[in-house]
Design a protein around this ligand. Sequence first.
Ligand code: MV4
Length: 508
Amino acid sequence: MFKKVLVANRGEIAIRVIRALRELEISSAAIYSEADRSSRHVRQADEAHLIGPPAPGESYLKIDAIVDHAKKIGAEAIHPGYGFLAENAGFARACEDAGVVFIGPSSRTIALVGDKMEARKTMVAAGIPVVPGGDRPLSDDDEIQAEAERIGFPVMLKAAAGGGGKGMRAIFSKDELAAAARAARSEAGSAFADDRIYLEKLIEKPRHVEFQIIADSHGNVVHLGERECSIQRRHQKLVEESPSTALTKSLRAKMGEAAVKAAKASGYVNAGTIEFLLDANREFYFLEVNARLQVEHPVTELVTGIDLVREQLRVAAGEELSFRQLDVFHRGSAIECRICAEDPENNFFPSTGLIERMREPAGPGVRVESGIHAGFDVPIYYDPLVSKLLAWAPTRDQAIERMRRALSEYNIEGIKTTIPFHKAVMESEAFRSGDFDTSYVDEVFFPTYTGRTLPLPEVAAVAAALVRDAEREEAQPLAVGAGAGTSRGGWRQPPERRTWGGWQLHLK
Ligand code: MV4
């Protein structure tokens, strides 16, 4: 096993990796930018090294500086976390060339699955269902039109080098096609330096269901079941859970088998995710391979009991996986809420700055993966995700109850966060019933969430009613409205009441 590993990331995921290293008695080396001098990952690592100014391009993305640093401090391996350099084939290659183990798949596999057309081709050859279309890059307008008509409208225009929704366009009729293709091509060219585009059949209102896989270098490939990721907005996942309410035992077995095949077909070693779309008829289609440990990996850890980062380290060191497919059992239900420094009532506008006070939830079935602390200044330079809150319970209903309880304990003062949004999702009928798809947040949730602001007289009436309720309960009088309740008072929790006369209340 390795003696020292460099963690090429920051925030909660760097801490997650440092914790696994500590358990394996491997020394951890953090890197940090000038904006992260007081960050928790810096404090928690065995050693920490300043690599540059706050801008990611001058710090967390500096391939040569990071690889050179690993060599200099005697780290035998680098864990990239997610984001930053995690799926950068050039970075994996630089590690391979320098004789430092990249904790992830080979640079060759990263490059293969990073090209969405190549990945599709590989999966078709392996007999995995893919969305119809997409077997050639398209150039002139006539070719694009012929392909669209062959597939049949509506179609989806995608960039070969895209992924995660970047450069994607839904097209419903012939007359939108040429202009959309021109725009998509120019966007792809400037975003990825690769302007190849292709067409697929549009799957309307799909669910996004992904399978966790892990493979060692001895040919063992195992899947760890699915994560339901349809609660998302503009391709940013907000809530993930396992199991998915959409899968039956037999569909899970079929998709799991396809996921293992996909991993084998792409020469995958280490932890990865195979993304699928599930249509309204519960037909599944391969979408993409995510060649990294994902943000939502703890959902799988909670239902399987498997430590994915520990297994990543083991397989990267050349060891065999510590379990086989038959050893994997799923127990209970897990939900993750992504806590972001964003204002859900203002279009998820970023909210950075000083965290004045903070209390994190705990207790039965609760897991918090946090990169923040009171006194920390959330920098503007990085991803808005500051923490992840997970709940596990024997049943989905109980997991939702636990999540609501944990969300009510979570208190972050000084910045806006997505906690109120998550409270509302946990109460929504669609989420509770399990009957939702990727269009839910934009088309069902938000039209009722932000649209129902109370007129001023109603605000006063509600405030009066709440104060009366609160007094009856011999609690502190409750104030509602802008800024109320966020003063430097105690840690009193809001009452359980969240609706009044059919109105959604936004208790601050
Ligand atoms: C699609 C699709 C419908 N039809 N492809 C979005 C992210 C990228 N990984 C692929 N995505 C989609 N591809 C076809 N042919 C719908 C989506 C999509 C989506 C996928 C996963 C999770 C959320 C999504 C939200 C909107 C659209």
